[in-house]
Write a protein that binds this ligand. Structure first.
Ligand code: K2U
Ligand code: NI
Length: 183
């Protein structure tokens, strides 16, 4: 079971690394890792387990955050319509995206960043990505709004990027012109 002791934090070189693709077809170990990462998100969204294991709630988790040099992430969150989405993908690729931008009006946080870093994080409003699911099938996912933001946050982790890299240092609270806010 993944707990907070498995996490690495900002300053660790793996969070600034473009991590390696996993070998296909998916092996048992990588499938187990994918299962454990999704289980972490489920556990972190269960108040009883949060209390019992002192977990930090997460809606996304990328393998480098638990010290693994692998292109794997998990996402578990509801969208604006309250629909629950659970994904765990290996070797994800951002295939296309809108020109239009969006952002969370309260900014973003990160399980691997202990301090709050205020600022607008511009994200694409709509994205299309592909990746291999735990069954080893290549899947295509279209996402927008909040779910799309979570995917982009996790893909960043696989490419050694942190959310605050996207904050305008001179105008941290100024949204990009035309970007749509998500409250
Ligand atoms: O990758 C991570 O550090 C997980 C982040 C994902 C995230 C995505 C988009 C915007 C902010 C963060 C954690 O989920 S941060 C904690 C959290 C928990 C519940 C809701 C939002 C953020
Ligand atoms: Ni993060």
């Amino acid at each position: 079971m993944i707990t907070m002791k498995d996490f690495i934090y900002d300053g660790h070189p793996l969070l600034r690394t473009v991590v390696n693709e996993v070998k296909l077809p998916l092996g048992t170990e990588d499938k187990e890792t994918m299962q454990k990462m999704l289980a972490y998100l489920r556990n972190s969204q269960d108040p009883k387990l949060v209390k019992k294991y002192k977990l930090k709630e997460g809606v996304g988790l990328a393998a480098p955050q638990i010290g693994l040099n692998k292109r794997i992430f998990a996402v578990r969150t509801e969208d604006e319509q309250g629909q629950l989405h659970e994904y765990v993908l290996a070797n994800p690729k951002l295939v296309s995206h809108s020109e239009a931008l969006t952002y969370l009006s309260k900014g973003e946080g990160c399980l691997s960043v202990k301090q709050d870093i205020p600022g607008i994080v511009p994200r694409y409003d709509r994205i299309k990505l592909t990746g291999y699911n735990i069954e080893g099938d290549l899947v295509e996912i279209k996402a927008k709004g909040y779910l799309g933001i979570v995917f982009q946050h996790e893909i960043d982790h696989l490419n050694g990027k942190m959310f605050y890299d996207h904050i305008d240092k001179n105008h941290p609270l100024m949204p990009p012109p035309g970007a749509v806010a998500i409250e």
